[in-house]
Write a protein that binds this ligand. Structure first.
Ligand code: GLN
Length: 485
């Protein structure tokens, strides 16, 4: 049962062969057994999950079920969920119980999907390895010595270990795609503005975007039907007609033009990851696609641009954690300023403080033009590269990450080394484009490799189709880590 797709789980529920309560009990049992080793969940609340499952079963009994009613889902602990602790991986919010639901949570509840728990993540979504979490690192289910990627590493590990059939994630610079790649699952970062950021704790608002993580592209398509939609409470939410993201899944790939950016296959790409990606592209040619060489000349600037803009926005967004209204407050202080200082010194971790300092610096008088404004201009050039590329091809393909999952601790000492693990994902956020990662093989170390598919704005249905056709012809997405049966 644990290896079934969302469509299969939904069919079992529809045929009355299982109930949501039974399904949730199975997953909760597995979480109880595997989570102490993997640390993918920060919060599990059996009673709450089962109450939601009973409600879903009731809805079905009353003939009021949607396509995924009763199918459970895990949520990244960045989404406010009423009555659940919502920590964002930080000591600052370790005691915070959300008083309302994020838009994404509302949508899942409206669809009748019970919450299996809140998943671990890098603190305030800042990281690529899950090691910045106040709640300790997540282990990669394929190899417990390895990181699961980040920042949605808990969600990726939960799905990879089949502790949940699906999960939500957020992606500011790669945090859905990179952990999906490192854990051998499928993850989609939608076009900026498709999934509301209301109730999603802000990191860098012009880049943050929520999205689905699951075993397959088909599962992600079903989840997108739940997650996407206009929300007036997010000023950047897009008002567009409702789409069915599964509508193109069966379209054949003949005539598809795949762009291969030379910059994504250069010196930084590990040989074994490169081989798996090449083999996947060869499979696409067999499926009827053609490839064209393209260039994204400004992509080398994406990491430096991101590490000016994201910290700038973060320094502003995180100013709200001051110990006054909610979250952590230092137990001892002399006056108000001392309270702010101690609260932030004690409540925030090193990586978060580093970003706040960089962000404050690049926004300060005298440096604003040199750093922040300059980065905004380069952001435009990076977006233009993609626009140019999409005149020559329908989809861009390449590796999601330069290597397979690295060992825990391997990059902790050098932040820049860590930042470079997002070298292939960050430009997509700067441009606001949709992109997805699908499993396409394994490296020499037996750890998964991800293939990244980047599409033009609002091409999610097509991207999911292109991924689904590959998954019909291959079985990487069905593989599960050994020893976790
Ligand atoms: N790893 C990148 C960072 O640390 C991206 C994180 C994200 O997408 N949330 O900022």
């Amino acid at each position: 049962m644990l290896n079934l797709s969302l469509r299969q789980l939904a069919a079992l529920l529809a045929e009355g062969k299982t109930s949501s309560v039974e399904l949730c009990q199975d997953y909760l049992e597995r979480i109880e057994r595997l989570n102490p080793g993997l640390n993918a969940f920060i919060t599990v609340d059996r009673a709450r999950t089962l109450a939601e499952a009973r409600a879903a079963d009731q809805r079905r009994a009353q003939g009021d079920a949607g396509p995924l009613t009763g199918v459970p889902i895990a949520h990244k602990d960045i989404f406010c969920a009423e009555g659940w602790p919502t920590t964002c991986g930080s000591r600052m919010l370790a005691n915070f119980v959300a008083p309302y639901d994020a838009h994404v949570i509302e949508r899942c509840k409206a669809a009748g999907m019970p919450t299996l728990g809140k998943t671990n993540m890098d603190e305030f979504a800042m990281g690529s390895s899950n090691e910045t979490s106040f709640f300790g690192p997540v282990k990669n289910p394929w190899d417990e010595r390895a990181v699961p990627g980040g920042s949605s590493g808990g969600s990726a590990a939960a799905v990879a270990a089949r502790m949940a059939p699906a999960a939500t994630g957020t992606d500011t610079g790669g945090s859905i795609r990179q952990p999906a790649a490192l854990c051998g699952i499928t993850g989609l970062k939608p076009t900026y503005g498709l999934v509301s950021r209301y109730g999603m704790i802000a990191f860098a608002s012009s880049l943050d975007q929520g999205g689905p993580m699951a075993a397959s592209a088909e599962d992600c398509a079903l989840l997108m039907n739940v997650l996407a939609g206009f929300d007036a409470r997010d000023s950047t939410s897009l008002e567009r007609p409702v789409e069915d993201y599964t509508r193109e899944l069966d379209r054949p790939l003949s005539g598809l033009k795949i762009g291969l950016p030379q910059e994504y296959f250069g010196a930084g790409l590990a040989a074994d990851a490169g081989r798996a990606v090449d083999a996947a592209i060869a499979e696409y040619r067999r499926l009827g696609a053609e490839t064209v060489d393209i260039s994204l000349p400004n992509s080398r600037l994406s990491v430096p641009v991101y590490y000016v803009l994201a910290p700038a926005e973060a320094s502003s967004n995180l100013a709200r954690y001051d110990g006054v209204r909610y979250g952590y407050r230092a137990p001892q202080y002399t006056d108000l300023t001392d309270m702010y200082e101690r609260t932030r010194a004690e409540g925030l971790g090193d990586e978060v403080k580093r970003r706040i300092m960089i962000g404050t610096y690049v926004l300060s008088h005298g440096y604003y033009d040199a750093y922040y404004l300059q980065a905004q201009k380069l952001r435009r050039l990076i977006a233009r590269d993609f626009a140019e590329a999409f005149r020559q091809c329908d989809v861009i393909m390449g590796p999601t990450a330069p290597t397979t999952a690295f060992d825990l601790g391997a990059k902790r000492a050098d932040p820049v080394e860590m930042y470079l693990s997002d070298i292939y994902t960050i430009a997509v956020n700067l441009a606001g484009l949709p992109a997805l990662s699908i499993p396409c093989g394994f490296g020499r170390d037996g750890r998964p490799v991800g293939l990244q598919l980047i599409g033009d704005y609002f091409s999610e249905a097509r991207l999911l189709n292109i991924a689904h056709q590959y998954q019909q012809a291959t079985d990487w997405h069905t593989m599960t880590p050994r020893g976790l049966e």
